[in-house]
Design a binder for this molecule. Structure first.
Ligand code: ATP
Ligand code: MG
Length: 387
């Protein structure tokens, strides 16, 4: 049996980038042999194994064939007679289809090194169309490598467009889609991810609500916001909220409904769901925080549960700052919200308990005390709104 390094590790070493995980392909072996060598199977019926010591992934060389719609309808064939070249041909991009043997020699039947030098993301073969996830993967690699000058080959973009038009993207499971989307949004150019999906028609299939934003100047603004998210190294929650925030601009109720629907059908993780919903609902109120009555401001802070979820509120403030355009003094509004939250948090329940308040009466007394604190905060901030 022969073992080769493949995929991202070879690609990133050739690009001079740090290699974080190594994938291996094993030619001329069987599952039984791998198990006998102490490798642990990754799944019951998938020919991928974990090295007993390093934990790195070793996949038996395989070919794949599509047998139906979506990923469920995929059959693969792994056997000792599948060659390295056959395995490389089932891979998505030429730059991901380079193998390296134990002596460091490269096996590169699809011109991956040329495309690394030329900065091309190019599909390996027409079999690319068999897994629609590859559309998202290519857009993700475009988002990652755009700073290095990579772009998508015309023929690959044309194929991505055909896949999107075929309706196959709808057959992807939400889990597989989110895995790509979440990684892509965290890349250095999440705007390139969205722009690529839009150019090939995949955004219309996956997020039609966001796609229509590009009928107006909002689309371009959204891309700029995503770019600033990456420049500020924002977490996924903030990036997801920023992707969806423009939906509520004209009609907040409809926007909220759309975000809810997107979150549910995408099985989006709870923290991302919550921040997106709260941001759509409250970012415009947040931007005029100084004009809010203490009762309205307290309602906003309560909705964020700032006492138990300080991090989430901080992320909301970050999203507000990113969404803002130059016409508004948003930094002042954000500073105001931050100090108002501190003022509300500083109100202690203990003295009220000591005075004998319990149950609903304690809740009411706490609310009054917080309102008083917010009123004081407003009056103190009034002479210096930019403090
Ligand atoms: P990353 O740096 O994101 O891990 P990677 O290229 O290593 O990038 P993996 O998802 O770890 O990506 O996959 C390893 C390799 O397996 C890829 O380089 C590619 O050759 C192949 N591969 C993975 N998923 C697919 C897919 N859906 N279709 C075709 N080939 C794939
Ligand atoms: Mg990898």
């Amino acid at each position: 049996m022969n073992v080769y390094k493949v995929g991202g590790a070879v690609r990133d070493r050739l690009l001079g980038r740090p290699v974080t995980e190594v994938d291996w392909v094993v030619v001329g072996s069987t599952a039984e042999q791998m198990l006998a060598l102490g490798f642990r199977p990754v799944g019951a019926d998938f020919p991928v194994f974990l090295h007993p010591r390093t934990g790195e992934e070793y996949a038996l060389a395989r070919t794949e064939r599509k047998s139906g719609r979506g990923y469920g309808g995929f059959v693969f064939h792994a056997s000792p007679d599948v060659t390295l070249e056959e395995d490389l041909t089932r891979r998505d991009l030429t730059i991901n289809a380079i193998a390296e043997d134990a002596e460091g020699r490269l096996i590169d039947p699809h011109g991956g090194q040329d495309d690394l030098r030329g900065r091309w993301l190019r599909h390996v073969s027409p079999a690319f169309a068999e897994d629609p996830l590859r559309v998202l993967r290519v857009a993700r690699f475009a988002a990652r490598y755009a700073p290095l000058g990579f772009r998508i080959a015309d023929e690959t973009l044309a194929l991505m467009r055909r896949i999107a038009d075929s309706g196959e993207l709808e057959a992807l499971t939400p889990e597989r889609t989110w895995k790509e989307v979440s990684r892509a949004l965290l890349e250095p150019r999440p705007d390139v991810f969205i722009e690529t999906l839009r150019r090939c028609g995949a955004l219309a299939a996956w997020l039609p609500e966001v796609d229509t934003l590009f009928d107006t100047a909002r689309g371009e603004r959204l891309l700029a916001v995503l770019r600033r998210c990456a420049e500020g190294e924002q977490p996924l929650t903030v990036r997801w909220a920023c992707l969806l925030q423009a939906l509520g601009e004209d009609d907040p109720v409809e926007g909220l409904r759309q975000v809810q629907a997107i979150n549910l059908r995408g099985k989006v993780p709870r923290d991302c769901q919550e921040l997106a919903l709260l941001t759509v609902e409250f970012h415009s109120a947040g931007r005029r925080a100084q004009a809010l009555e203490p009762t309205a401001l307290l309602d906003l802070l309560q909705r964020f549960d700032i006492y138990r979820r300080p991090q989430r509120f901080a992320e909301f403030l970050a999203a507000c700052a990113l969404i803002a355009d130059e016409t508004q003094d948003v930094p002042a509004a954000i500073a105001y919200l931050r100090s108002a939250a501190d003022a509300a948090r500083a109100v202690q329940a203990q003295p009220l308990v000591a005075r004998g308040f319990t149950g609903a009466a304690l809740g009411e007394a706490l609310r009054e005390a917080r309102l008083a604190a917010l009123t004081r905060h407003r009056d103190e901030a009034a002479p210096r709104p930019s403090a």
